[in-house]
Each structure stands twice: as structure tokens, then as C-alpha cells.
Ligand binder design. Structure first.
Ligand code: UD1
Ligand code: CA
Length: 462
């Protein structure tokens, strides 16, 4: 958008979070909360985005290195007004409107910002130098209160700590979202004082400065205060996560995904899911996971950083990390796919099967109680119950290769490096230590002895 730049305030310590992590890096629905205003501004194509960093500046900077924003350092956190003073260094020569947002308001939407832009730029009469969003709260505690004159115009914002007793009763508060004319900001930001309860340069004091100078200030009351809610502590963080979770579930449901219980479907904002997929209660789907159409993810499952093809079923209590699964695969219940697997179409991975860094060809099965690591498995292979790839010799990891159509009997140990050839057969209970040629049988078994009547005799003795 032309003539629009933005400042995101993100230098504060976030004392109330009681955390070693800078507040704006705490996660909401899988992303650091600062990512949300950044995303909104990208959507609006703001010319320049300046992020004011201070507390934990390096950590914040490196987390957002690739995001295309500019950083300005606020060495000492002397207040929101001071933060904007610093930010103006990053907007030298810019003419137009400057949007000011907080890094701790993750639920903000593009619609809200557009509403503010419309109010600020539209309408007749004198153009405002400053516009802001307010909200009405049952419990306004902690927020700056909006003071209006007898005509209903905003004249001042008073921070909670500076409020008189009657002012504390005002339930219209400042959301911390502003739009200001760049020249107005440059001229007035240096006029802010810090004679107040916190000894800080308050950005909201710009309202009074503008009004006393006879300039126009406009305010828009937001009907959904949750959207502009600031996160100051972990209770609010949990609230924001819940709202974002419901927002994500709603977005998915409108796009054709069945979410049986939106309250307990923990699906990160980064996840993509196809139509006619059903998500059961109590699942966690995180990171850049992509799930196809017609899939089922049953309760208690956790899927992260994975790509899952159409019509695949993940049964209860399965874990899938950084893996690729094809179409019509069935996983679980109680399966564990550790990172680095590539599972082809129609594969079956049953209960208590652990798989790591393994590729499995089409239609193969490992239905029960197995450990398969560092393996290359062909198509139509059957892996019997209790099969173990012994991939680690105490020093190094080795590869197990099982070629197409091979049959691995139950309770087999495959001591890697080892290859079982195409169509070969491994008898139950075998420890395979050497390569098995294609089409052959391997079996290591002590001769079976049947002693007739032995059990009967033993019982009689007692
Ligand atoms: C601020 C507003 C208050 C408003 C509320 C809405 C002020 C003085 N008060 O209060 O009127 O109701 O937001 O959520 O502005 N920051 C800096 N540098 C600083 C101080 C803060 O970058 O020196 C950043 C913080 O990292 C944060 C944002 O500014 O992202 C807001 O600061 P915070 O301390 O959370 O202000 P509030 O007390 O919530
Ligand atoms: Ca805040």
C-alpha cells in the first residue's frame, strides 16, 4: 500500500512474563507472537516495517532475519514514546501514514488495520494527524483509559498508574494500535515528557499534544476486544493461544475439514489440511505439516513437520515427526515415526512400531511391535511382529536393506549392515548377520525337541 509504513514496538522486557525469552518470541499457535503483526503488514504491503528491539535484541533480530523487516535498537527501554523516537530513525524522509503496532498483540487482523486506515484517510473535513483504536472492557485493568470531552471527542489517554479514582472507572481503553501522519510524528515525538508515575515517555501522550495544538484525533471503537488484546503474562498467552486455536479450527472447518472438537484440536496456524479430513479431539498438529484430503487423525496423535498424502489414517496415539507419508497409508494406533521417514502409498504401520530414517515402498506392512531404523525397504515387503533392525554397533549406525517382496518372519533380528534380497524369506526367530540372496530362505534355529509325556511326569512328582 502506498504511503504506508509501520513501526512495531518490541523492545520491552515483558517483565510480567517472568521469562528468559523475550516476550515477543513466546509462541502463539506455533509462531513467535511478533510473526503475526509482521504477517498482517506484509499482507498490506507496507512500504517499510521498522521493528524496535531492545531487550533480547539479538535473539529477536535473528529470529526475524529473513522476514524483510528493518530493525532499530532502543538501548534503554524508556517507554513506548521513546521507542517511537528511536523508530523514526528508520523512517527518515518517509511521507505518509505510519501505523504503530505492538509486538505483543498477535490476534490482530488485516481487517482491523484496514478499518483504522479507512477512518484515518476517509471522511470529509479536516484530516486527522492521529487515529487510534479503542475498546470497551468489563475489566479495563492494566490499560490506558480513554478520556473524552463533553462532545465525545478523545482528548487524552491516562495510563492506569496515573489514573485518578474516577478515571479508573472508565472502561474504554487504548488498544495500542495507532495510525499517525509521519510529519506529525517527527515533529511531536520529541516533545513528549516523562513526568508520570512510571517516569516513562508515553506514546499515548501524543493524543493530548495533538488536541491542545488544535489538531484532529480520531478514534475507532473495536467491537471484538480480543483481537487487539495485548499479551503481558502467561495467563493472557494461554488465552491468546486458545483464541488462535479456535480461529484456526474455524478456518479449517469453513474450508471443508471436520474438526470434532475445536477446543482440543491443537493445530498450528502454519498447518495446511485438505477437504474431508477428520480431526479427532486432543491432537497436536504443528510446524509446516501438510495433510491431504480424506484423511483421519485420531485422538491423542501428534504430527509435526510432516507431509501426509490423501486418504491416510493416523490412528490413536501415534507420533509422526518430520516424515513423508503417501496416500492410503495406515499408521497406529500407538506407532512412533521418528524423523526422516519416507513412507509410500498403502503402507501399513501398526501398533508399537518405531521407525526412524527409513524409506518403505508401496504396500509394505509392519503391523506389530517392531523397531526399524536406518533402513531401505522395498515394495510389498512383510515385516513380522517383533522384528528389530540392529542398526547400531556401539560406534556407528548401519543400513538394513530389504528388497521388494521379501518376507521377514516374526522375531527376527537384522544385524546391519545387511541386505535381504528380492523375494527372500527369513524364518521366524532368525538372527540375520549376512546378506540373504534373492529368492532364498534363511533360518537360524536350534533343532526342536519334543519329549513325549514330560509335562505329565513333572506334575505327578509334585
Ligand atoms: C500500552 C499503552 C496503554 C495501552 C496498552 C495496550 C503506553 C504507555 N501504554 O501499555 O495505553 O492500553 O499498551 O496494550 O504506551 N515497548 C518498547 N519500548 C519501551 C516500552 C515498551 O518497545 O520502552 C514495547 C513493548 O515491547 C510492547 C509495547 O511496546 O510490545 C507495549 O508496551 P507495554 O509495556 O506492554 O505497554 P502496556 O503497559 O501494555
Ligand atoms: Ca502490553
Amino acid at each position: 500500500m502506498k504511503n504506508l509504513s509501520a513501526i512495531i514496538l518490541a523492545a520491552g522486557k515483558g517483565t510480567r512474563m517472568k521469562s528468559a525469552t523475550p516476550k515477543v518470541l513466546h509462541r502463539v499457535s506455533g509462531l513467535p507472537m511478533l510473526a503475526y503483526p509482521v504477517r498482517v503488514l506484509k499482507g498490506l504491503k507496507a512500504e517499510k516495517v521498522v521493528v524496535v528491539v531492545g531487550h533480547g535484541a539479538e535473539t529477536v533480530r535473528s529470529a526475524f532475519d529473513a522476514s524483510g523487516v528493518n530493525f532499530v535498537l532502543q538501548k534503554d527501554q524508556l517507554g513506548t514514546g521513546h521507542a517511537v523516537m528511536c523508530a523514526m530513525k528508520g523512517l527518515k524522509g518517509f511521507k505518509g501514514d505510519v501505523l504503530i503496532l505492538s509486538g505483543d498483540v498477535p490476534l490482530i487482523t488485516g481487517e482491523t488495520v484496514k478499518g483504522l486506515l479507512k477512518l484515518h484517510r476517509g471522511g470529509g473535513g479536516k484530516r486527522p494527524v492521529l487515529s487510534l483504536i479503542t475498546m470497551l472492557l468489563d475489566d479495563p485493568k492494566g490499560y490506558g483509559r480513554i478520556v473524552r470531552d463533553e462532545h465525545g471527542s478523545v482528548v487524552r489517554i491516562v495510563e492506569e498508574k496515573d489514573c485518578s479514582a474516577p478515571q479508573k472507572g472508565i472502561n474504554e481503553v487504548n488498544s495500542g494500535l495507532y495510525l499517525a501522519d509521519a510529519d506529525f510524528l517527527r515533529e511531536n515525538i520529541l516533545k513528549l515528557g516523562n513526568r508520570n508515575a512510571q517516569g516513562e515517555y508515553y506514546l499515548p501522550d501524543l493524543v493530548e499534544l495533538a488536541v491542545t495544538a488544535g489538531q484532529k484525533v480520531k478514534a475507532l471503537t473495536h467491537m471484538h476486544p480480543n483481537e487487539v488484546m495485548g499479551i503481558n503474562n502467561r495467563v493472557e498467552l494461554a488465552k491468546a493461544n486458545r483464541l488462535m486455536r479456535l480461529r484456526k479450527a474455524e478456518e479449517l472447518m469453513y474450508s471443508g475439514v471436520t474438526v470434532l472438537d475445536p477446543e482440543t484440536a491443537y493445530i498450528d496456524s502454519t498447518v495446511k489440511i485438505g477437504t474431508d479430513t477428520t480431526i479427532y479431539p486432543g491432537v497436536h498438529i504443528t510446524g509446516d505439516t501438510v495433510i491431504g484430503s480424506g484423511c483421519v487423525v485420531e485422538e491423542g496423535s501428534r504430527i509435526t513437520g510432516s507431509v501426509i498424502g490423501d486418504s491416510t489414517t493416523v490412528k490413536s496415539h501415534s507420533i509422526i515427526e518430520d516424515s513423508h507419508l503417501g496416500k492410503e497409508v495406515v499408521v497406529g494406533p500407538f506407532a512412533r515415526l521418528r524423523p526422516g521417514n519416507s513412507i509410500s502409498d498403502r503402507v501399513r504401520i501398526g501398533n508399537f512400531v518405531e521407525i526412524k530414517k527409513t524409506s518403505i515402498g508401496k504396500g509394505s506392512k509392519a503391523n506389530h511391535l517392531s523397531y526399524i531404523g536406518d533402513s531401505v525397504i522395498g515394495a510389498d515387503v512383510n515385516i513380522g511382529a517383533g522384528t528389530i533392525t540392529c542398526n547400531y554397533d556401539g560406534y556407528k549406525k548401519h543400513t538394513t536393506v530389504i528388497e521388494d517382496g521379501a518376507f521377514i518372519g516374526s522375531d527376527t533380528q537384522l544385524v546391519a549392515p545387511v541386505t535381504v534380497g528380492k523375494g527372500a524369506y527369513v524364518g521366524s526367530g532368525t538372527t540375520v548377520t549376512r546378506d540373504v540372496p534373492a529368492g532364498s530362505l534363511v533360518v537360524t534355529r536350534a533343532g526342536e525337541k519334543v519329549v513325549a509325556g514330560w509335562a505329565l511326569r513333572k506334575r505327578k512328582k509334585k
